[in-house]
Design a protein around this ligand. Structure first.
Ligand code: XBP
Ligand code: MG
Length: 234
């Protein structure tokens, strides 16, 4: 019996990665760094989950040492990147993906519990959800676990395990929604059946182990998908 739906954020709720990429570039330019991430490079860097970790990987690729570019430098730059990202989100540049709002609202209305499990920063979750699921979008989600709340980001299962613990539900009582290979690995490692809707930066990835892979959530119907749920029996 499915009692809760657990959503990834970036790429799943909304097509956000172009927003993140542009925001990184804006922060780099503002800091006087001659760094610019194009789409192809970002696709490669995207395999590293977490914006700070992604910057560290890029510094390593360029042979820039931790002494020259410290964790404090990264944290400062990441804060500016998130500020630029917030501006883009507020300007409507990262709309929800098709079918997301319908699924979120109908599921809630039918008594399913909703949660978020993501590696992105909490501030980015708040900005996105409040800008796209008006009014009070965040209140729709009973549990929100961000990258800052866990020791290990996806593909580790930590973010999903934390959500399950907070919901006090077993994995077989929840469904995960993901867009990426790393997200799928994370959800599966937590024991969750996972619906995958590949996004702009993950379309080339493989999704072995997914319950189903769909272009988006437009036609997703929990009752018709074969998962028994509180909503279906309501
Ligand atoms: C996607 C990520 C994030 C974002 C950037 O996470 O890997 O790092 O690209 O966000 P998910 P931050 O799909 O799990 O939401 O800069 O805040 O890390
Ligand atoms: Mg994602």
């Amino acid at each position: 019996m499915i009692r809760a739906l657990i959503f990834d954020v970036d790429g799943t709720l909304a097509e956000t990665e172009e927003g993140h990429r542009r925001a990184f570039n804006a922060a780099f330019a503002e800091a006087g760094l001659a760094w610019a991430w194009d789409v192809n490079l970002y696709r490669e860097l995207y395999r590293v989950t977490g914006g700070k970790e992604r910057m560290r990987r890029y510094a390593d690729m360029r042979g820039v040492s931790a002494a020259e570019f410290s964790d404090a430098d990264i944290a400062k730059l990441h804060g500016r990147k998130n500020a630029h990202y917030a501006e883009l989100v507020r300007a409507g540049e990262c709309p929800l993906r098709p079918g997301v709002e319908r699924l979120v609202r109908t599921s809630r209305a039918r008594g399913l519990r909703l949660a978020i499990s993501t590696t992105t920063s909490r501030v980015n979750i708040v900005e996105l959800v409040e800008a796209t699921l008006r009014p009070n979008g965040l209140a729709l989600f009973e549990v929100v676990v961000s990258g800052e709340d866990v020791a290990a980001k996806k593909p580790a299962p930590d973010a999903y395990l934390r959500v399950l613990e907070a919901l006090a539900l077993r994995p077989d009582e929840c469904l995960a929604f993901e867009d990426s290979h790393n997200g799928l690995l994370s959800a599966r490692a937590a024991g969750l059946a996972t619906i995958v809707t590949p996004s702009l930066y993950t379309r080339h990835e493989t999704f072995a182990g997914a319950a189903v892979v769909l272009p988006d959530l437009t036609d997703f119907d929990l009752a018709a998908s074969g998962f028994a749920s509180e909503a279906a029996s309501a």
